[in-house]
Design a protein around this ligand. Structure first.
Ligand SMILES: [Zn+2]
Length: 303
């Protein structure tokens, strides 16, 4: 059953995260060695995939002789325990070892599998978790080495016993409206002709609505009068949560901050349709991979 009306790419992870299994390291060790255990393998920033771009699941036996550095428990697929494993090495080290299996970037996998494929939710979880362990090996409190506990859902400092938990960084992304037009902008990193919804990281001590209003004001000088949450999307670079909103603003006069964005413009529904279909080189909107695409579609469906 879908929990949300809009299924974003990287949502819909079908695994039972089985929190109750994370607390016993012996149980976790035993089930990871079982015949039904399955592993999604990551090397550097890429995931091992099969011919069609879906996850190439490895068995415990296949993993046994691989130089796996970090292993996290993802959850149960039925009764089968699933893990994310990070290879100490590069994707090239495994070339040809598992037939046509190939390492791919998560973005390339999403493009190949299309809309909201369940494997993409698993990939988002594995990629975010493994990236976090990679960059949080030392205690933020005392600087000593920390160790992975609870199947990867915590790191414990070996010196001061402090606990550290995997982080998720919230980002607000919003389509703002004035009359029958929507506001889109061009970040400095976007390819030529591409526009998207405005976005920015949430800051400590603000609500989602306040973050949306602040970002709109800072980037384009428009004042929000109302903000509505629409949908969200896990975004595993390395571990963001995109919080998609719609906002209504006081007037349409723009005052762009050139440091934050290159330009912004108001578009009609007709232009939005053209942008999604990519019929014009000078004006395109993001592909279905991005939550901005879902936000524009939701606006168009309003009639
Ligand atoms: Zn410490």
């Amino acid at each position: 059953m879908a929990l949300a009306d809009i299924q974003t790419v990287f949502s819909g992870n079908p695994l039972d995260r089985a929190d109750h299994l994370r607390t016993d390291p012996e149980i976790l060790g035993d089930i990871a060695r079982g015949d039904d255990a399955r592993f999604v393998l990551m090397a550097e920033d890429q995931i091992l995939t099969d011919d069609i771009g879906d996850i190439f699941w490895l068995t415990a036996g296949q993993c046994r002789f691989l130089p796996v550095g970090t292993r996290v428990f993802l959850g149960l697929n039925g009764s089968a325990p699933c893990y994310g494993a990070r290879l100490d090495g590069t994707p090239d080290d495994l070339t040809g070892l598992f037939g046509h299996a190939k390492f791919r970037d998560a973005r390339a996998i999403a493009m190949k599998l299309g809309h909201a494929h369940p494997s993409l939710g698993i990939i988002a979880q594995a990629k975010s978790m493994l990236s976090w362990h990679q960059s949080h090996r030392f205690c933020a409190k005392c600087g000593h080495e920390s160790k992975l506990v609870k199947g990867g859902y915590e790191r414990k400092c070996t010196a001061c016993d402090a606990s550290h938990f995997p982080r998720t960084d919230p980002v607000v992304i919003m389509l703002a409206f004035h009359g029958d037009k929507a506001l889109v902008g061009r970040g400095h990193h976007l390819p030529p002709g591409m526009y998207s919804a405005l976005a920015g990281f949430m800051e400590p001590g603000e609500t989602i609505e306040e973050a949306v209003a602040r970002e709109l004001w800072e980037e384009t000088g428009v004042k929000a009068t109302k903000v509505k949450y629409v949908t969200s999307q896990p975004w595993p670079w390395p571990s963001s949560l995109m919080i998609g909103c719609m906002a209504w603003v006081e007037d349409d006069e723009l005052n762009i901050d050139p440091v934050e964005i290159e330009s912004a413009r108001w578009i009609t529904k007709e232009e939005a349709r053209e942008g999604l279909m990519r019929t014009r080189e000078d004006f395109m909107l993001p592909p279905p991979l991005a939550i901005a695409h879902n936000l524009v579609l939701a606006w168009l469906k309003e009639g």
